[in-house]
Design a protein around this ligand. Structure first.
Ligand SMILES: [Fe+2]
Ligand SMILES: [Fe+2]
Length: 388
């Protein structure tokens, strides 16, 4: 066997092992009833997808095109055949450990040192993958899965691609209801904490789950779509972790305010173009304008920490809307769907469910420059400003 074939075969085998993790992790993000495990996994899944893409790129350089979505199909068939056992926490952990072990094993090569130089790009690619995997800490991963197991949600959940749950997993002690109509507020920080909680449980966590659903369900889409959804998932996991910390700094926690399932109810049973229009386009656009308004508001009132926090959120949200616009146009083009009808339908559903703003109270001003960066056309930007 030639040296290039030998190296390609090894990379392919490593890539396959990582692809195997993708669907079980994405479905666990939805069904897990532990907020910390959702946050952990939605960060980890981005690193796995980046690792897969790194191998895919190196194989492309070696003249081999691989279809990750096809590999996922065969991996799923294997998981389904293994049944309940494949869903157990020890098996999930073992799979990750085995994949990490394989990635960390030295590449087998001819002993002639000239091949160290000739195949240096593979060494560099594999080192990058090692680094990505080392960011997924085994201990935290095990703890995060353990908390899920104790709550029992994952062990009873069906594989997501067989059945989408009516509601995503939530901790047992979470109450549901409208945050806006609750009786408030008995401490100084109560209102601020309610706002952080609404962002955590009403926006960031549901968005993490929406991204996971897009990864699990949409295997007809190009792998670039999975890359974008995993990237968004990572961003939202950082937003969620940030809001959770802010909430806890005020001595409140997840169970202290009602959570809403509005986003899941609005989107989970809809077709992908409508989901993207409701969530990534309409919803995240509100997110851009809200983060922009809040960062300026905090800056003016001298709270630089919160202003800086909101600025990071603002920049991330622009990219999420850009993903939404890009993929919405892609699907509408490919499936010959009238994009404006999808957008109008999305706005109707969104307005009926949650009004025109994120908080229901403030209508945030539009930042045209951000809209442009987020992939809106000039015509769309002026239509957003003056809705018919
Ligand atoms: Fe976010
Ligand atoms: Fe977002």
């Amino acid at each position: 066997m030639s040296e290039t074939s030998k190296t390609s075969e090894q990379i392919y085998a490593r890539c396959e092992r990582l692809v195997e993790l993708l669907d079980s992790w994405a479905s666990l993000i939805i069904t897990s009833d532990s907020i910390s495990s959702k946050i952990f996994l939605s960060r980890a899944i981005h690193f796995i997808v980046q690792a897969i893409s790194t191998y895919k790129r190196r194989l492309h350089e070696l003249g081999i095109e691989i279809d990750i979505q096809l590999i996922r199909d065969s991996m799923r068939a294997r998981l389904v055949a293994q049944g309940q056992e494949a869903r157990s926490i020890p098996v999930l952990l073992r799979r990750f450990d085995e994949a990490a072990e394989l990635v960390n094993a030295p590449l087998e090569r001819s002993s002639d040192t000239i091949f160290q130089i000739m195949d240096e790009p593979t060494t560099i690619a594999n080192d990058a993958v090692k680094k990505l995997l080392s960011a997924i800490d085994h201990k935290t991963f095990a703890e995060s899965l353990q908390s899920t197991d104790e709550c029992g949600a994952f062990s009873s959940a069906d594989w997501i691609w067989i059945q989408i749950p009516a509601v995503p997993g939530r901790p047992d002690d979470v109450q549901f209801g409208s945050v806006r109509t609750q009786t408030i507020f008995d401490t100084d920080h109560h209102e601020m904490a309610a706002g952080f909680h609404r962002m955590l449980m009403g926006v960031e966590i549901p968005t993490i789950e929406a991204c996971a659903l897009n990864i699990v369900l949409e295997d007809e889409m190009p792998f670039r779509f999975v890359e974008d959804m995993a990237r968004q998932s990572w961003d939202e996991s950082r937003h969620a972790a940030g809001f959770l910390q802010l909430l806890r700094r005020l001595n409140f926690d997840v169970k202290d305010f009602p959570a809403s399932n509005d986003l899941w109810e609005m989107t989970s049973t809809k077709a992908l173009p409508l989901r993207l229009a409701i969530h990534q386009r309409a919803g995240e656009t509100m997110g851009i304008n809200a983060a922009d308004w809040w960062s300026k508001h905090y800056r003016q009132s001298g709270d630089d920490m919160m202003a800086d926090f909101q600025e990071f959120v603002f920049e991330d949200e622009i990219q999420h809307v850009e993903f939404g616009n890009k993929w919405l146009r892609y699907i509408c083009d490919a499936r010959k769907i009238e994009i404006s009808s999808v957008i109008n339908q999305a706005l109707k559903i969104r307005t009926a469910k949650s009004g025109v703003t994120v908080s229901g109270r403030i209508r945030y001003p539009q930042n045209d420059n951000a809209m442009k960066r987020a992939g809106y056309t000039d015509v769309e930007i002026s239509e957003l400003k003056h809705p018919r």
